[in-house]
Design a protein. Structure first.
Ligand code: HEM
Length: 490
């Protein structure tokens, strides 16, 4: 037998032995720990799970991934298992299991094996791709700036919102508020990160910033291809333009990094990069870490505010009720405390997060053999054995639609439901546990601020798009068709 046959045969045998060995040791682990298996996803290819990979890629592409998983959970229960690209997967929307993965048994799970090392030419290790001590260190770099109430007086946001208001038509013409809000939060976010605003709302947007943003847009598409290919196969992605875009990004970031390092005592305390430069003097580390934060600046807050306006434009009573609450503030200064005291505002934002969560799911890999408390056996009440190397998909979108907790009207956008709800692990728009969003307070305060400013200035809202919300997950869960409305000045 030639080498050409012997090698693939040996590889196949090794693979089969691995499958057999892990199936035996899983059965052993299950028996020892009194566990039962969760239901299985019906698959044409239950060994390699290539069918699942194709379905997943398709559903991501056409925006049906959230629906696909909800339907699966409805059929199979809150926790079930499957295989994708040779890796065992557990899919869960069970709040106890989610709490276990994200908090109670945090150290048994990681995301570095899933995300680390992918696209390293573009961006190295940082908060979004690391586990353990490096992750702790990364959070310590940014936490003081996010925790400090230095955004409480909204000084810079106020300036950007003033400019943003000038772009809103006051003659009853229809406009799309979604891209405008993206520009608003891009301007605010870049000023907060680098000390220099993208000025995308103003005519004098800096050339270098524009180049950076265009390069970033292209580079992110390449990065998502690389994430799909994984650490080993990413070499197949050899796009010259992608490498050029990476260099443009590095030049831009390095200029800000070296400036932050030179500033020493002249640093601006409200600029995140300047504050990070107090802790590390390593330019490459600073470049990577600030880039990890920039991933989130570009999209998140604008998406939740757009979604709030999508819902308000279709619920005139909620608009009137919220406006009455906003007008109670009178001419008082908008501080974080004032905004947080507004109950209906909180309900409106929460209800929007519930039904349109910005992050629909997250994945972790088990780093050792461990257990999940629920999901096994015929009633899904027994613990599950989780062998090392299992990928867990925590599904926040399905969690927020759990009829057992939210009632039968889960599909309905109804802020009043929050009157008697005080969820803990049943509602996780910012995740939970040691990896909870570092910017939660900043994001909520800024979203509240912009909503209130708009509602002070406009007395009515009308939707100019009768189509239902058409989900895309590209910028968090947002509407493919934008948010087309008319606002009537007060
Ligand atoms: C409404 C706005 C936002 C929402 C709903 C949100 C939600 C989330 C969620 C769900 C996670 C966990 C992701 C995971 O575990 O896979 C997360 C993590 C994170 N978010 Fe946010 N986010 C928002 C805004 C922001 C902003 C504006 C920034 C930066 C300025 C930011 C920075 C981060 C960072 C750095 C992490 C990673 C934390 C870690 O792994 O330790 N987020 N966010």
């Amino acid at each position: 037998m030639g080498l050409a046959f012997a090698l693939p045969l040996a590889a196949l045998l090794a693979f089969l032995c691995k499958v057999l060995y892990s199936s035996l040791s899983n059965r052993n682990g299950m028996r020892k720990n009194g566990c039962s298996a969760p239901p299985k996803l019906p698959q044409k290819d239950p060994v390699l799970g290539l069918d699942e990979f194709v379905k997943w890629a398709r559903a991501m592409g056409d925006g049906s991934i959230i629906r696909m998983f909800r339907q699966r959970h409805e059929k199979l229960g809150k926790t079930f298992q499957g295989v994708m690209l040779g890796t065992n997967q557990i899919y869960t929307m069970d709040s106890k299991n989610i709490q276990t993965v994200l908090a109670l048994d945090f150290d048994s799970y990681g995301l570095e094996p899933l995300r680390g090392g992918v696209g390293e030419y573009l961006v190295g290790k940082g908060i979004q791709t690391s586990d353990g001590p490096f992750h702790k260190y990364s959070r310590s770099l940014v936490r003081p700036t996010f925790a400090r109430n230095n955004f409480a007086n909204f000084a810079s946001l106020q300036r950007h919102v003033d400019e943003f208001m000038g772009h809103i038509p006051r003659d009853s013409s229809t406009f799309d508020i979604q891209p405008l809000l993206q520009r608003l939060f891009l301007d605010e976010g870049t000023e907060f990160l680098f000390g220099e605003s993208a000025k995308s709302l103003s005519p004098e947007s800096p050339q270098e910033m524009n180049e950076f943003l265009n390069a970033h847009e292209y580079a992110m598409r390449g990065l998502s291809i690389r994430l799909q290919l994984g650490k080993t196969l990413q070499v197949l992605h050899q796009d010259k333009k992608w490498f050029e875009c990476c260099r443009v990004i590095h030049r831009f970031l390095d200029r800000h990094v070296y400036r932050a390092l030179e500033l020493q005592e002249m640093r601006d305390k409200s600029v995140l990069l300047h504050e990070m430069a107090r802790v590390t003097r390593d330019p490459l580390d600073l470049r990577n870490q600030i880039f990890h934060i920039f991933f989130d600046v570009k999209k998140n807050i604008s998406t939740i505010v757009s979604n709030v306006f999508f819902n308000l434009s279709r619920h005139p009573k909620a608009w009137q009720k919220l406006r009455a609450e906003v007008l109670e503030i009178g001419d008082d200064e908008l501080t974080v405390d004032v905004l947080k005291s507004k109950i209906y505002l909180r309900w409106v934002v929460n209800e929007t997060f519930r039904i349109m969560p910005l992050a629909w799911a997250t994945a972790r890999l088990s780093l050792r053999d461990t257990l999940l408390p629920h999901g096994g056996g015929p009633k899904g009440t027994e613990p599950i054995f989780v062998p090392k190397g299992t990928r867990i998909l925590v599904n926040w979108a399905a969690l927020h639609m759990d009829r057992d907790y939210w009632g039968d009207d889960v599909e309905e956008w109804r802020p009043e439901r929050w009157q008697d709800k005080k969820p803990t692990w049943e509602f996780l728009p910012f995740s939970g546990g040691p990896r909870i969003c570092v910017a939660q307070q900043l994001a909520l305060s800024q979203a509240y601020y912009v909503i209130v400013r708009l509602m002070r200035e406009f007395k009515n809202i009308e939707s100019r798009d009768s189509r239902p919300f058409d989900t895309t997950t590209r910028l968090g869960v947002s509407n493919k068709n934008g948010v087309k409305i008319v606002l009537t000045p007060a």
